[in-house]
Design a protein around this ligand. Structure first.
Ligand code: GLA
Length: 386
């Protein structure tokens, strides 16, 4: 891959790229719509991701090229930037803006991006591009930021520059991912624990519904607001900072404070899901895939019925999985409204699973999904010349 990208870089800029970097995408195993509610999530980095090849130039120009998009940009180094349209290059420009704000002195760069994460599929292609750009700038200009600083800066890009009120999970997962480990991340304290993800004779399958997620940003922000409304109602009697500061038992005693039934359903999902993550972490470290799978299904049904972020496409994937004895568990992953589901599938039945789910889904929905198997990989890194 790197050799091919070096060649492409040379074709574009007539010189070699001095440095190259890789940042993965992520799946979230369980703990959905929890990060912005201060609770526990369990994502892991995957083998698909974003590459960045780069060389400094003396022209004070940032040159953005991508093998995924025709759109290219040459943007002069200036004191600050604003989002310009909806082009992909806004993500790395937002990152540059963050570095400038923090007082880092930068120089022009010739850049080539390439990603093999299906875009808009809920596997965090945007966090992956942000983190690969941030990691590269930090290394190239010796800015001295820690990984956690980079994660927070990239979250600000998403929230303040791009305008999505997302939590910290995606950036954290792609920066801190560890091979064969899920990260049990406390989104309130940002403490995390790697959890051994020995899947035994199962593998992690990703099923992309191939449904475009047009409404996702507005619906996502709506859910964030509903959680804020639930929190405000509970705060009348409870001294809490986040919904996830209470467990399901405590919530039962105070649920009546939330007058709006929709808002109450959203809070029920969040609080019960947070409890499920604790059980899931125990089950995974004990290699109890049966229990882990049960929790995955429970998480999906809650996202479908209480949080209402699934849809007939994601539901079809989970419905099929439930009937297949070779699947331990399945659920939607990420924001929802389309995008991807994950399933734990017996490795030696993966091909049959793939074929069956493609047939089932195509019958139900009218077009096929894409099915991949993925490894759990490391977080962002520099690719050294071998
Ligand atoms: C998106 C957001 C994350 C998280 C998930 C839902 O991926 O970027 O911060 O909220 O949705 O769990």
């Amino acid at each position: 891959m790197k050799d091919h990208l070096q060649q492409e870089f040379y074709n574009l800029y007539h010189k070699k790229a001095e440095r190259s970097f890789f940042s993965p995408g992520r799946v979230n195993l369980i703990g959905e719509h929890i990060d912005y509610n201060g609770g526990l999530v369990m994502p892991c980095a995957i083998s698909l991701g974003s590459y960045l090849l780069v060389s400094p130039n003396n022209d004070n120009v940032f040159r953005f090229r991508s093998l995924n998009f025709d759109d290219k940009q040459d943007i002069p180094l200036q004191p600050s930037y604003k989002k310009n349209g909806t082009g992909w290059f806004n993500y790395p420009i937002g990152v540059i803006e963050q570095f400038l704000r923090k007082g880092c002195s930068l120089q022009g760069l010739d850049m080539l991006f390439y990603g093999n994460i299906p875009i808009g599929s809920g596997l965090s292609s945007s966090a992956s591009v942000e983190i690969v750009a941030a990691f590269a700038l930090n290394e190239l200009f010796n800015c001295g930021f820690s990984r956690l600083d980079l994660v927070k800066m990239c979250k600000s890009v998403e929230n303040d520059f791009i305008g999505v009120n997302s939590g910290i999970m995606d950036q954290f997962a792609v920066a801190f991912g560890q091979k064969d480990k899920a990260l049990l991340l406390d989104c309130n304290t940002l403490d995390y624990e790697p959890v051994n993800s020995n899947l035994g004779d199962h593998i992690l399958a990703i099923i992309n519904t191939n449904k475009p997620r047009k409404l996702s940003e507005s619906k996502y922000n709506e859910r964030v607001q509903e959680c804020e409304a639930a929190l405000t109602a509970l705060k009348q009697e409870l001294d809490i900072k986040y919904l996830c500061d209470i467990d399901a038992n405590t919530y039962k005693q105070y649920r009546h404070l939330i007058k709006d039934e929709t808002v109450a359903k959203r809070a029920t999902h969040v609080i019960e899901e947070n409890d499920r993550v604790k059980l899931a972490a125990k089950a995974l470290s004990a290699n109890d895939l049966l229990e882990f799978g049960r929790l995955m299904y429970a998480s999906h049904y809650s996202l479908r019925d209480l949080y209402e972020v699934s849809g007939k496409e994601l539901d079809a994937v989970v419905e099929y999985s439930k009937t297949d004895v070779n699947v331990a568990g399945a659920r939607m992953t990420g924001a929802g409204f389309g995008g991807c589901a994950i399933a734990l599938v017996k490795a030696d039945h993966f091909d049959t699973f793939s074929q069956n789910i493609i047939n089932y889904y195509t019958n139900q929905i009218g077009y096929p999904p894409s099915v991949y198997s993925t490894l759990i990989g490391d977080g962002v890194m520099e690719l050294k010349n071998s």
